[in-house]
Design a protein around this ligand. Structure first.
Ligand SMILES: [Zn+2]
Length: 484
């Protein structure tokens, strides 16, 4: 099953072949001079000829020919393998390889240095094609090599005494580039004083946003008390300090946008506030009653679809729209006097959505949530996360991104021949037994193609594309394949 990576490791062994072995690329250095009869320049050609013969034998898959070029006590140090010590182990290594691959490779000799009558070294680089016998697939590889050449005495032939190589092709993961966060996103970030831990931003109409730079909540000050909108786990106590810093009004209402710990896990710091109403969906209350989490107070004022809170001349409208994020349900929280809309875990202004499209439990509904948001008359949008406030343009841009993820994934999925991918994988992996492995290869190929397209289009428009686009495509792919 692991034969493919195994093959890839071993191919480098041979990439030392068909030489562009111009003598111009070789050089020679004199020995120390204590042997007046030894002429090192005369031995460069002889040493180089070992490399030529090695190259030819590799391309013929001639194990006997290869082994005869090694000294009896030689050591072959292939990348990702233990050293093969002595001709018996070396022969076994080459036989194993030629059961799997054939080579058509060339190498460039960068230097051949004869150090003494019995020791020389050569440094080379190689490149070419490896054919995998199981499926005739061809792989291109490049390597660099170091040969230590030895001989018994001045009348013997040069042989390979030590040989080590490594690939010069970067590993696949290195191709994934992580780009700096977009300059405009950094400029727009709300500054948070580390000594305070949170920043408070006043909006019109008595609404305040509180953030620690990663999570966001809000509160509305009225003439008869304060309405708090979420109590994040990361700054529950600091949220109460932030409220006290702008008003003497008592906290009367705490609203839960949804049941997730990171947004309401700071509610325990509100325990003991006299007469506190904790407002949430019925479904959220049922979930929290079952969980009995000491950090998440159980709501005492619940509803199933919509509710309007009126307090001290201010209005906060709550509405459940669809199952776009958490399975227990999510609320849009709208404060009309502030033209403020809070729809937590839908999008993060400036950034692509969080992993798996904001952890959506229902991509079908998530696709439509942006239209629901845009129906509202708002100037300030709060998504519950990261560094800035949003507006309508942020919602529209994220909507375009999500549609692109969906449409690209669907097009690539529908135009990829699943059986062909599975057949190629079965050949490379030695059979059809592991059905999951073969199907995964299909999903991976669709994902890789869609990711490449989407990333190219969005990398300079939203931050974090390179981090989460893979998870976004995989979420869309589940929908495209099983629901769409
Ligand atoms: Zn959430």
């Amino acid at each position: 099953m692991n034969s493919k990576p195994h093959i890839r490791m071993l191919t480098g062994i041979f990439l030392i072949t068909s030489v562009t072995m111009g003598c111009a690329s070789t050089q020679q250095r004199g020995a120390s001079g204590n042997n007046a009869t030894f002429d090192p320049s005369a031995q460069v050609e002889a040493a180089t000829s070992v490399l030529r013969r090695y190259e030819a034998a590799l391309n013929r898959a001639d194990v006997d020919g290869i082994v005869s070029l090694y000294a009896p006590d030689a050591i072959f140090m292939a990348q990702h393998r233990n050293p093969a010590i002595g001709r018996t182990q070396i022969e076994a290594a080459y036989r194993e390889i030629f059961e799997m691959i054939r080579l058509d490779i060339a190498f460039e000799i960068d230097e051949v240095v004869v150090v003494s009558p019995r020791v020389a070294y050569a440094r080379t680089r190689s490149g070419g094609t490896t054919t995998i016998l199981a499926n005739n697939a061809q792989i291109s590889e490049r390597n660099q090599e170091l040969f230590l050449l030895v001989r018994d005495d001045t009348n013997s032939d040069w042989r390979i005494g030590r040989y080590i190589f490594s690939t010069t092709t970067p590993p696949p993961t290195a191709a994934k580039t992580h780009v700096p966060v977009l300059e405009e996103v950094i400029v727009d970030a709300i500054p948070v004083d580390p000594d305070v831990g949170v920043a408070t931003i006043a909006l019109k109409g008595g609404t305040y946003v509180v953030t620690d730079g990663i999570w966001q909540s809000a509160f509305v000050v009225t003439s008869r008390g304060v309405i708090v909108l979420d109590a994040p786990e990361s700054f529950g106590t600091k949220l109460r300090d932030a409220i006290a810093a702008v008003t003497d009004q008592p906290i009367k209402v705490l609203v839960y946008s949804h049941a997730h710990k990171d947004h309401i896990g700071g509610s325990a710091t509100f325990a003991g506030i006299p007469g506190l109403k904790i407002v949430a969906l019925d479904s959220v209350r049922r979930f929290l009653e079952e969980k009995q989490d000491p950090n998440r107070l159980v709501p005492n004022s619940t509803f199933s679809k919509a509710k309007t809170i009126r307090l001290g001349g201010k209005t906060v409208a709550l509405k459940r729209h669809r199952n776009y994020h958490s399975d227990e349900g999510d609320l849009f929280i709208y404060v009309p006097q502030s033209k403020f809309l809070m729809a937590v875990d839908t999008l993060a202004p400036g950034y692509v959505p969080f992993m798996n499209l904001d952890l959506t439990s229902n991509f079908h509904e998530y696709l439509k949530v942006f239209d629901d948001i845009l129906v509202y008359d708002f100037d300030v949008f709060l998504g519950g996360h990261l560094t800035q406030l949003g507006d309508r343009a942020d919602v529209e841009l994220t909507q375009q991104y999500v549609r692109d993820v969906y449409e690209t994934t669907k097009r690539v999925h529908d135009s990829t021949d699943m059986m062909a991918v599975m057949a190629r994988t079965a050949q490379a992996e030695g059979g059809w037994d592991n059905k999951y492995l073969l199907f995964q290869a299909f999903l991976d190929q669709v994902t890789a193609k869609a990711v490449a397209e989407v990333q190219a289009r969005w990398i300079d428009k939203l931050a974090g594309v390179d981090v989460f686009v893979d998870s976004h495509v995989r979420t869309a792919l589940i929908y495209v394949r099983w629901d769409d």
